[in-house]
Design a binder for this molecule. Structure first.
Ligand code: 5GP
Length: 243
């Protein structure tokens, strides 16, 4: 059994494609372990890359802290070690909330828009989180009909997603990186919506501002190069202090 200052790892609650969630000895606080597994295409492509878990954990921790500095509440409490963090237990909402600043990925595959087209205002897309159904896209009426969120929560969730977008886009811009799009997950905590899950190179699409080269999981998905080297490069920029 692993233990840190005042935190003991308890039973496994859930094991996802790249992270495992454990109980701790404090009610309402969970431990997230970022594993070295990397997957794409609903788990159709899988590998293990030593160090990948810790790179994503460090980037997530920094970005959650950044959001908290901007008064956007998240599940993040603190990092425990290079690949583990302590988080608040949320009642997770089965949605993937995607914010797009630049057309890429499934938007370009599914709609008549050229990759690289600037989207102003940003586009929010909300998918139902269910791998067996390939995460089908929802709209406001479906979200309300399926009783996933109240009308008020839906409004709050979209406002939060756009606030996160402003904070993250500026942060990456200062580091020579374009935040093309990203995916957030939310959960309820004492009646409030908090940002949960992770914010990492697995859940964002990042382009080098100068070369427009991929700096994210697309390098793995489409075999564009050394994914670990790219993840290291992003982590270094995210963790470095910028004046
Ligand atoms: P797309 O719809 O273009 O495939 O993805 C849009 C953005 O959301 C990308 O940054 C992508 O990484 C993220 N995203 C979409 N679905 C998932 C998912 O199931 N898991 C993760 N980690 N990210 C996702």
């Amino acid at each position: 059994m692993r233990a840190w200052n005042n935190v003991k790892q308890g039973d496994l609650v859930y094991s996802g494609k790249a992270k495992s969630l454990f109980r701790t000895d404090t009610d309402g606080e969970l431990l997230v372990n970022f594993r070295d597994d990397i997957t794409a295409f609903d788990g159709g492509k899988k590998d293990v890359l030593t160090e990948k878990g810790s790179l994503n954990a460090k980037v997530s921790a920094r970005l959650f802290s950044l959001l908290e500095e901007h008064r956007i509440r998240t599940h993040f409490i603190r990092s425990l070690d290079d690949s583990s963090m302590l988080v608040r237990e949320l009642e997770m909402i089965p949605l993937e909330v995607i914010v797009r600043n630049v057309a890429a990925g499934s938007m370009v595959r599914n709609y008549p828009v050229r990759e690289g087209t600037l989207l102003d205002p940003p586009v929010i897309v909300i998918d139902y989180k269910d791998d067996s159904r390939h995460d089908p896209m929802l709209n406001d009426d479906l979200i309300l009909a399926l009783k996933i969120l109240s009308r008020d929560e839906l409004q709050q969730l979209k406002e939060l997603a756009l606030r996160v977008n402003i904070v993250l886009s500026r942060f990456f811009e200062a580091r020579g990186i374009i935040l093309v799009d990203f995916k957030l997950e939310f959960g309820r905590y004492n009646g409030e919506l908090l940002v949960g899950d992770e914010i990492s190179m697995d859940s964002m699409r990042l382009w080098d501002a100068r070369t427009k080269g991929s700096l994210d999981k697309d390098v793995y998905r489409f075999e564009k190069g050394d994914v670990l080297a790219v993840y290291r490069q992003v982590a270094e920029k995210v963790l470095k202090k910028v004046e």
